[in-house]
Design a protein around this ligand. Structure first.
Ligand code: DDH
Length: 286
């Protein structure tokens, strides 16, 4: 047990659990990043509902959303950290784990502030269906991400997280990794989007995704229809081209946009203290 508020101690323990030889590509990192993203990506700016506050994925309504299939692995990885540092909220732990994982995998240092609440405010619960559907195109991407308050450039920068991890047929129905080294954060995703030839492939389960033509490569790489959409829409494509040639610019923009993502719906005063995590305000607590 660490002292309340000692986020450094929590960071160290998250970093220690990253290496998971029995799991996927040997790292808990990618699924931890996806947990952070899905905890925050339910936000709706207009109604100020959803977002990482409340850690709603602990409950069936949100945790059982098919879009969140597989994220229990990330939550299970983090459980010993929560047990050891019981003062930390799940909402803070999940977002912090994403930030630590990105750094551990060679990505940028993303600013992160604590203070989120696990208190569930019933009036802020997001309905299902707020997370993106990989089978769709650019209209859907704008519909989903504009709702959170992101613009075209930010959509493309956020999508660079697909440098990490893989699709699992028993989770999303899609299958495979986007890049050859899916536990190393880089701008490879954008470079491959532009440099490889992508063709549509129908998987055994009937789901369509894109795979590369190159038959010499040992592993088949994949892209979701939403990833390919970024190259087909000119307003998205110009950012794909920029991030493909300028890794530093991608790291810089990704840092800002991931920070913005995990702060959605969190209000802070001038000292950085959260002003909307009042546990006394009705609702229920875990
Ligand atoms: Fe993603 N993502 N994502 N994604 N995502 C999947 C895996 C991972 C979409 C669909 C899928 C973001 C945006 C989008 C990560 C991070 C981020 C999978 C595969 C699907 C499907 C799940 C599975 O089968 O296990 C779609 C659609 C979008 C979009 O419309 C833009 C964003 C914004 C992020 C982010 O982190 C900022 C990561 C990491 C993974 C790999 C997970 C793993 O287990 O490995």
């Amino acid at each position: 047990m660490s002292k309340k508020g000692d986020f450094e101690a929590v960071r160290k323990d998250i970093a220690k659990l990253m290496h998971q030889p029995e799991y996927d590509d040997g790292s808990a990192g990618p699924v931890l990043v996806r947990l952070a993203w899905h905890s925050a990506g339910t936000y709706d700016a207009e109604t100020d509902t959803g977002g990482s506050n409340g850690a709603g994925m602990r409950y069936e309504a949100e945790g059982g959303d098919p879009a969140n299939a597989g994220l229990q692995h990330a939550r299970v990885f983090l459980e010993p950290v929560k047990e050891k540092h019981s003062w930390i909220t799940y909402a803070d732990l999940w977002t912090l784990a994403g930030v630590v994982a990105i750094k551990q995998m060679g990505g940028p240092e993303i600013p992160w502030k604590g203070g989120r609440t696990d208190y569930v405010d019933d009036s802020k619960l997001p309905p299902r269906g707020r997370l993106p559907d990989g089978a769709q195109g650019s209209d859907h991407l704008r519909w989903i991400f504009y709702r959170m308050g992101f613009n075209d450039q930010e959509i493309v920068a956020l999508s660079g997280a697909h440098n990490l991890g893989r699709c699992h047929s028993d989770r999303s129905g899609f299958e495979g990794a986007w890049v050859n080294n899916p536990t190393r954060f880089s701008n490879q995703y954008y470079r491959l989007l532009l440099s490889l030839q992508w063709r549509k492939k129908t998987l055994k389960n009937g789901i369509e995704q894109f795979v590369n033509y190159d038959e010499d490569s040992e592993t088949e790489l994949m892209m979701l229809p939403t990833d390919i959409a970024l190259t087909q829409d000119p307003k998205f494509r110009k950012w794909v081209e920029l991030y493909a040639r300028d890794k530093d610019r991608f790291f810089e923009d990704f840092t800002k946009v991931f920070d913005k993502l995990v702060e959605l719906g969190i209000q802070r005063d001038e000292n950085g203290e959260i002003t909307n995590s009042d546990n006394e305000n009705g609702g229920y607590h875990a």
